[in-house]
Design a protein around this ligand. Structure first.
Ligand SMILES: Nc1ncnc2c1ncn2[C@@H]1O[C@H](COP(=O)(O)OP(=O)(O)OP(=O)(O)O)[C@@H](O)[C@H]1O
Ligand SMILES: [Mg+2]
Length: 122
């Protein structure tokens, strides 16, 4: 299993979410974060003084999938999050040891995503 962790612009999330749902990946987590990339920060002006804004708001998307599905998730993120401008974000892939669905106590890949065509809610 792999965890795909992506730092993206807020605007990119809705189309990513929609596309992942269509492809059978409803399960994900989102956190509002602040971060910096290579550019470190920008300078804003407030009441006459210059303020270095070192941290920009981003969304952190986490999605755990079977190894073979990681590429699909990355491709969806690239498709919707890439504008070609600096600050588009980054994607990291992390190995995941195991997974447990709390409701049933089951372990392993069974607890992961629904598959295309499967009804999902909540
Ligand atoms: N190495 C990293 N570790 C953790 N978070 C990162 C890392 N690089 C980027 N991020 C997160 O991704 C966000 C966007 O980064 P950003 O796209 O600016 O990266 P970059 O390397 O500067 O690329 P670009 O030159 O395209 O802007 C950052 O604000 C931060 O939240
Ligand atoms: Mg940057």
């Amino acid at each position: 299993m792999k965890m795909v962790v992506a730092y993206i612009r807020h605007e990119a999330f809705d189309p990513i979410r929609e596309d992942l749902l269509e492809k059978g990946f409803p399960s994900l987590s989102i956190t509002e974060v602040k971060g910096s990339g290579r550019q470190k920060g920008i300078t804003e002006h407030y009441r006459g003084s210059s303020i270095a804004i070192h941290l920009r708001p981003k969304l952190k998307l986490e999605c755990v999938v079977e190894d073979d599905d990681a590429r699909t998730i990355v491709d969806v993120i690239l498709k919707h999050a890439r504008t070609g401008s600096v600050g588009d974000g980054k994607i990291f892939l992390l190995p995941v040891e195991d997974a447990v669905r709390i409701r049933t106590g089951e372990w392993g890949e069974e607890v992961l995503q629904a598959h295309p065509g499967v009804e999902v809610s909540a």
